[in-house]
Structure formats: C-alpha cells, structure tokens
Design a protein around this ligand. Sequence first.
Ligand SMILES: Nc1nc2c(ncn2[C@@H]2O[C@H](COP(=O)(O)OP(=O)(O)O)[C@@H](O)[C@H]2O)c(=O)[nH]1
Ligand SMILES: [Mg+2]
Length: 456
Amino acid sequence: MNSLSETIAAIATPLGEGGLAVLRVSGPEALVVADKVFVPVGKSSLKSSAATSHTIHYGRVERDGRFVDEVLVAVLRAPRTFTREDTVEFSCHGGLLPAKLVLDALLAAGARLAAPGEFTQRAFLNGRLDLAQAEAVADLIHARTELALTAAGEQLAGKLSQRINLLRDDLVKTLAHIEAHIDFPDEDIAPDTRGQLLARLERGIEFMDELLRTADEGQILRRGIRAAIIGRPNAGKSSLLNQLLGHDRAIVSPIAGTTRDTIEETANIRGLPVVFVDTAGLRESRDDIEREGIRRTRAMVAKAELILHVLDASEPISAEDEQFLAEFAGKKRIVVLNKADLPRAGDCKSPEHPNAISCLTGSGIEALKDAIKQLVWAGEIKAEMLQVMINSRHQDALQRARAATVRTAEALRTNRTLELVAMDLRIAVNAVGEIVGKTTTEDLLDSIFSQFCIGK
Ligand SMILES: Nc1nc2c(ncn2[C@@H]2O[C@H](COP(=O)(O)OP(=O)(O)O)[C@@H](O)[C@H]2O)c(=O)[nH]1
Ligand SMILES: [Mg+2]
C-alpha cells in the first residue's frame, strides 16, 4: 500500500440501497479535498477547513458547479480520529448513485481510492492501534454472536496486547542480560543468575502455553463450527434446521427427497456460531440426482466438525439407518430421535443416548442446543476466557516463539556459547512481537489488511 502522505477516500457503508451512505476521507489533505466539493448551507455551516474539530455541517456536494447530493459533513481533526489523521466523513443519501457520485467528486478533488483495510492500517501505522487490536476491528465486524463480539471488544480494548507486551518485555529483559555478558566475555554468568534466567524463561513458556490453549475456542468464536444434519429422507432434517434457526429457511415436505441440494446457515447456539448444513437424505437410490445428493452429503460430513444424525422415531429403525449410523460412528455426533410426538415404533441400537425431540411441537430442542454447546465447548463460557482468544496467526507466532524459548533454555542449561543462546531468544522476541506488530513485514501487513472491506 502507499504512503501516508496521500489522502484516501472510500464509501464506508455497504453498497446498495439504504437510508444513508457514509464516505470517509483521511489524510493530510482531507480538509482541502472536502473544501473543494462541499458548499455549506445555512448560517452555522462552515467549510471544513474553517470548522472546529468534531463538528457537523450541513450543505451540498457539488461537482463543476452541478448539484450532486445533500449531505452532512463531520470534520474530525488529527489526532483525535480513528486514523489519527485529519478525517472528514460525509453522510449522504443511501443508494448506489449518490454515494458513488460523491466519491467521484472526492477523487476528482485529489483523494485516492482507499485500498481494503487502509483506514485501519493507517490507525496501526500511526500508533492508534497495535496489530492485534487492528485484527479485532475485523473480528468485530464479522462477529456472528454476542460472545464473539465481546471477545473482539476485549481484544480491541487491548487485553490480549497487554499480556503479549508483558511476555515480550520479560523475554527482552532476559535477552539484555545475556547480551551484556556477551559484551564482557571475561565474566561468566554466575550459577544463581543462570538459575534466575532459566526460571524466567520457564515462566514465559508457561505463559505461552496458557495463551495457546485458547486457540481452539478463539477459532470457534471467529469462524464458528460446521454441523451437518444428516439422516434418511423424511426424518425431519429440514424441520430441525428451521427449529434451530428459529425461522423457516429450508423447505419441509412430506415427499421424501425434497432437499436435494445442501442449505447452510449460521445459528447462535448458546452464544456459539454454528453453521448448520441441511443435507440430502441418506438413502441408497437409483435416482441420479438423489445419488449425487448423497455423494454431497458424504462430502459435507467429511468437512463438518459435528453431525446431527436425525432418525424418525415413528418408524422402525431400518437396516439402512443402522448402516449409516455405523458409517459415521467415528465423528463427533449427536443422534436425534425426531417425531417424539408420534407413537414410538422401535428402538435405536445406536451406542449414544439419543436426544428425543419433536420438530412439530418444539419439545427437546432447547436440550438439544445444550447438548450441542456441551460437545463443542466443554464447560462454562467464562467472562475472563473471552479476554484472550488468540487467532490462528497468533497461534502460529506463539508456537514459533515457544519452540525458540525452549531452545534458549536448553542452550543456557547446557552451557552453550551465549551468542547461540541470544540468537534463539531473539527469534522468540521477534515472533512474540509479530502478534502486536512490533515486528512486521510488508507481506504480513498486506495479508492482514487485505482481508478487510474497502472503507474500513
Ligand atoms: N409428527 C411430526 N412430523 C414431523 C416432525 N418433524 C418433521 N415432520 C414431518 O415430516 C416430514 C418430513 O420433514 P422434513 O423436515 O422435510 O424431512 P427431511 O426430508 O429429513 O428434510 C414433513 O411432513 C414434516 O412436517 C415431528 O417432529 N413430528
Ligand atoms: Mg429436507
């Protein structure tokens, strides 16, 4: 991405029709660019360059003397802004055309179109956020449950960063101590000092392990888990999807084999985002389309972290049911005995205790949600757990840091030359620093910020 001397602009709201659209301009020339397109209307409205910071002005956007839109302009002067640069925000009428024409006017007035995530990247480059906090901005936008939102909020507030910085400071202190001895080669490290340094390294490793243990939960909250709903045609799979979503999404029909394609949608299960996939019925079939559906079901099961195997309790459990139950026995799964409102026709030989439900009356659905949560996330979801939920990038960096710290401790214990000890420790310090962005590369920044939308 380009230098901070350029002024950038973008539409910050989703493209489409809506009540309002918001455009952002940020950079050293933001006020100048805004002045060129904005005509204040009314006694108290001012040109952006004449306005005090954090005030709003009413007027119109014009281009070459022609009316473009009626707008409100927020003038935000550096450094109290998201990017820490001069920023002007235009609220114009929602709808593709007004926002696009205002953007065109801003670009014609000297702004450059922002790249994805460039506003957040500037917030990072100007020291407003560290890298973990910048990532939290994206997590917040993508959060699908309140728990995920809380976790993202904690990370944005710097809870993870504080811990990472403490860890890094501790490693840096140890490194400084070792480097001091390299500079004075005549002085050997005294045995107690060596013991203290080792203890400090061990503490660091323990701390990294603690953080690493949050990776799975972090992944669940950010990405959700995939749960495939499988079972014979007419067992009630689509009805179950609708029950779990709380609204009708899938077509429910008494004619067997109506769901031939897969439908997927995210539901909030006790705070966890679960992507449910409704699949075609499992039945050996002569029908080509249905056979294709079954092939896809098997593929979905392979990709799912959890399966809900739905059986129809009003009918005897068939040999085919048993065959499919056995086929998927290795997966994390819940066997669901549906149609509990009807007389029970037979017993299920499945090894698990089946959850009896009725999609018609809704009975057993809440207990099923508890069972899903329990299987995905054993134990309570505690507030303090949400404070640090590392993502896969943090996990990778911590694993490298941990390995290097283990090597450092080993080298120190076995009296290797201090240059070697220091070399590994420096690797650990840098890897930990990557998490908050104290050590970065252009590629790392690009890969993080390119995942943002334009305008963020
Ligand atoms: N009595 C009763 N009927 C149900 C229940 N769940 C689903 N059904 C009916 O069973 C039929 C098949 O349901 P559907 O969800 O389309 O099954 P799928 O083929 O597995 O997706 C429909 O007529 C539903 O109304 C239930 O709990 N009780
Ligand atoms: Mg169906």
